[in-house]
Write a protein that binds this ligand. Structure first.
Ligand SMILES: C[S@@+](CC[C@H](N)C(=O)[O-])C[C@H]1O[C@@H](n2cnc3c(N)ncnc32)[C@H](O)[C@@H]1O
Length: 271
């Protein structure tokens, strides 16, 4: 458990992941009925971009740093994400549980799980003001399988592991398959590191073999120094109707700013 997200908060991969997260949450808010979000690998919820960890890598500079001044006409999810980041304050960046908590209505719920005790302690403080959110210290994979299906029967599972262990891809694939079997109508947003396209394709293939009806990927690539993360993927199971079109428009706006290529691909069930 050496991974600390503080070194990577606000980088290109965080920006794309959090934009997808906001787009899905805005969709869930369109209906009056309550929804539940499970954030299996939550982190601490807020990051100091002027702190020692962020300054050491300066990854946020080529991520949120490139978008901070963006204005004018833009898709609602991008506008909501930027206003949320600006509201947090200069030099701070929201992690996924804070992004989610800020977009919940009184009837919605968030369960955010974090295994590392120090990160968990800060997560608890971050979520303290939000009555609809609860932080748990534990294993996000095991808890996810216990928490689905939620009683609301509508919702999102975000799985964003650190990719520290050798078997992360296989545990991740097993968990997504099993969760999607138990909660087939749930939306799943799954982040994966991309050391090679073949490994990423094998992972998506393994999840798909569980028998999904609708799934797509968003894969982002930047040019990065050797040894640094240059490619990251998102697997979205049951993307909401219209999500792909929204993300296509967001990608067209942000890709040049991030100096990235952002590729959306339907794996199954194209709209
Ligand atoms: C990539 S970071 C999460 C970032 C966060 N989702 C965000 O977008 O702001 C992964 C986190 O998972 C935590 N972690 C590692 N193994 C875990 C496990 N088995 N269950 C829950 N959390 C775990 C790490 O301590 C780290 O904080």
């Amino acid at each position: 458990m050496n991974y600390r997200h503080g070194y990577h908060a606000g980088n290109f991969a965080d920006v794309v992941k959090h934009l997808a997260l906001v787009a899905i949450l805005l969709h869930l808010r369109k209906k009056d009925t309550a929804f539940t979000v499970v954030d299996s690998h939550a982190g601490r919820g807020i990051y100091d971009l002027s702190g020692q960890q962020a300054c050491k890598t300066a990854e946020a500079k080529n991520g949120i740093g490139q978008l901070a001044e963006l204005s004018g006409d833009m898709p609602q999810a991008l506008a909501s994400y930027l206003s949320l980041v600006r509201e947090i304050g200069r030099g701070q960046y929201p992690g996924s549980p804070l992004v989610i908590a800020k977009l919940l209505r009184a009837r919605d719920r968030l369960i955010a799980i974090e295994k590392h005790p120090e990160e968990f302690a800060i997560l608890q403080q971050t979520l303290g003001p939000f009555r609809q959110a609860v932080a748990e210290c534990g294993d996000g994979y095991a808890r996810t399988l216990k928490l689905v299906p939620p009683t609301s029967r509508r919702g999102l599972v975000l799985i964003d592991p650190p990719f520290e262990s050798q078997d992360e891809f296989s545990v991740l694939a097993r968990t997504v398959r099993e969760a999607a079997r138990k909660f087939a109508t749930g939306i799943y947003l799954v982040w994966y590191a991309m050391k090679s396209q073949a490994e990423a394709d094998a992972f998506c293939g393994e999840v798909l073999a569980g028998g999904l009806a609708k799934a797509m990927t968003i894969e982002t690539a930047i040019s990065a120094a050797p040894g640094k993360l240059a490619r990251a993927g998102l697997l979205i199971v049951n993307p909401p109707y219209g999500f792909a079109a929204v993300f296509h428009d967001i990608g067209a706006l942000i890709a040049p700013l991030l100096q990235a290529s952002i590729k959306c691909t339907w794996l199954i069930g194209e709209e």
